[in-house]
Each structure stands twice: as C-alpha cells, then as structure tokens.
Design a protein around this ligand. Structure first.
Ligand SMILES: [Zn+2]
Ligand SMILES: [Zn+2]
Length: 336
C-alpha cells in the first residue's frame, strides 16, 4: 500500500508498505480522508518536541472498516472516524475518566505511525461508527473536539463573554462551540485576513492582537472584560496577556502548549480569583458532542477548510502548506 513517510524533518517520501492484518481486538481502517494539523506541520518542520523519525504522520482520520480481528463485531464498510489518543485504562488519569491526559498516552501519527497511508490498524476502542457524514467532515472531528473540550473545561454558558486567542483551526473550533453554548464570543488574531475570515464566516467581533487589546476588549464587553479566555495561539506573550485581560471571577483555558515557562503577576491573579485550566486532547464525550453539532448544523466543519488535495498530490502540496503566505487555515487530503 502507498504510504507517505516523514523520513526526517523537511523530507516526505512515498514508500510501499505491506497492507497490515488486524490482530485480535483491532480494526483495519481503509483511510478515505486525512485532516492536516499543526502537529503534522510542526513534525515536518522538526520543531515538535519528543518526536522521532522516520514517522508516518496523520491523526485526523476518517475511512471505512476494511476488516476486523478476532472479537470485533464492526460491520465491514461501516464509515468510521478514529479517536487517535490511545490510553492505558489503568493510570491515575484513566481511572478518573480522563484518558485524554493518560500518563502513558500514545497518539496515532505522533508516538506511533499514523494515517498518511491506505490502510491503518487501530484498537477497536479508537474507532467510532458515524453514518451520514461526509468523509472530509469526519476527518475534522478530532480537530473540532480539541476546541469542544476546551469549552467544556471552562463550563461556558450563555452568561459568558468568551475571548478566543488565535484564529487557527483549534481557535475557530473553540469559537464555534462557545457559540453553541450561547455565549457572547470574540476572537483575537494578529493577522487581518484571519480576523476578516472569522467576521464573515462566524459573525463575531474580532480583536486586533497587535493593537491595544485591553481597550478593544473593554469596548466589546462594556468594561467588564471577558469572563473566559481560551488561548489557542502557541505564543507565550498571548498566554500571559490572559492574566491581565480577564474579568474578575473569570477562567483562563490554555489549549496551547509551548516549550517555555508562563509567568504572571500574583496580585493580578489573586484579585480576580482567577481559575486557570489546562485543556489537553479530548474525550469520547467531546467527539460525540462534535458529531451531534455537525449533524444539527450548529457547527460547520468545512467552513474553515481552505485547501484540499488528493493523496497522490500530498507531498508536493504539503511543502506549500507549511508557508504562511499560502493562507492555509485547514487542509484536507482525500484518498485517490
Ligand atoms: Zn490534530
Ligand atoms: Zn492511562
């Protein structure tokens, strides 16, 4: 089968691999659509921490059941998406119902080979049947689930004024799920084109992150400031700004992960009685919420897909997508 391998940073290579056979408890998925994620771009660029090469990238995956191992009862050809976080089920986090931050987590396409190939074997628990959705939409469920998880972490309601920092795919996902909760939503970004995109597609107020952010937020919230700030920037300065732009009594959610220390002034933190939350990956409940929102149309998956390509074009196209001037928000690859 055709497989695209990231042999070292900056080098993708098309190779022939043997089609895998599912073992007991496993499912062989015929890959139909692959979402391209920031993680794939960072791994290709060589700046993803703890990443080993060669590696087959791709963890935002949709396809059909090709065959199953002993003990698996999924029907052949069922349309499925993959939950790419494989958890141990035994650690302290798993026992508390938080497999998304399992101490032994293995992410498909990160810690083990992923789905930039024709067939992928995964444990049955990682496969979810979802009828009636397009494969290209299903490939975006994981990306949307990250945003949905951050909104659930903050327990957002219609009384909240939510500021999302960073209008990338994760930020736009968080924005959409905050809107589903009925909150007043705002999104900040340094780029004009991304802010314009959000204003047009999602009818939300935007904040120029290079301008006077505090003044803009004060105007938008009648001086109250945002009650929730969700950071999806991967930028330390942006993360630190949240401590100073938050409403008193508010919550900060860090979806971003940066290889750095994040600092804040304790009196500023204390006077607001700030709640600071991490948000890592997503759980099955988040995935199910995403699917329900896609079905009822309250969230649009394809609105932020700016680029598509066929699998046979992937290597050429990928090299352009890593450049910011290409204007990629989200790219999806279809198997051909
Ligand atoms: Zn992803
Ligand atoms: Zn675990």
């Amino acid at each position: 089968m055709r497989t695209i391998v990231c042999v070292e940073p900056g080098v993708l290579e098309s190779q022939q691999f043997e089609k895998p056979t599912p073992k007991a408890g496993e499912v062989l998925v015929k890959i139909r659509s692959i979402g391209i994620c920031g993680t794939d771009i960072h791994a290709y660029g060589g700046n993803q921490p703890y990443f080993e090469y060669p590696r087959v990238l791709g963890h935002e995956l949709a396809g059909t059941v090709e065959s199953v191992g002993d003990g698996v009862e999924l029907a052949i050809d069922s349309p499925v998406y993959i939950i790419p976080y494989l958890s141990c089920g035994e650690c302290v986090a798993c026992k508390k119902g938080k497999p998304n931050c399992c101490t032994n987590i293995e992410v498909v396409g990160v810690h083990r080979d992923g789905g930039m190939c024709e067939y992928l074997c995964v444990p049955e628990s990682a496969v979810v049947v979802a009828e009636g959705l397009a494969f290209n939409d299903m490939a975006l469920i994981e990306c949307l689930a990250i945003g949905a998880h951050s909104v659930r972490r903050a327990q957002i309601t219609e009384d909240d004024k939510v500021l999302v920092l960073g209008a990338g795919p994760i930020g736009i996902g968080a924005l959409q799920f905050a809107k589903v909760q009925g909150a007043q939503c705002m999104i900040a970004d340094v780029r004009d084109d991304k802010r314009k995109f959000c204003e047009e597609q999602y009818n939300v107020a935007t904040v120029d992150a290079l301008g006077d952010v505090g003044a803009q937020l004060s105007d938008l919230t009648e001086g109250e400031m945002p009650s929730v700030i969700i950071d999806c920037t991967g930028n330390v300065k942006a993360m630190e700004s949240a401590f100073y732009n938050l409403a008193h009594g508010g919550r900060i959610v860090f979806v971003s992960v940066v290889k750095a220390s994040v600092a804040f002034d304790d009196p500023e933190f204390h006077k607001r009685e700030t709640t600071l939350l991490g948000s890592r990956n997503a759980t099955k409940e988040d995935f199910e919420h995403v699917v329900a929102c896609l079905r009822d149309g309250s969230v649009k998956s394809n609105a932020f897909v700016t680029h598509t390509a066929k699998f046979s074009e992937l290597i050429d196209r990928f090299q352009t997508w890593v450049k910011p001037e290409t204007g990629v928000i989200k790219a999806v690859v279809e198997m051909d």
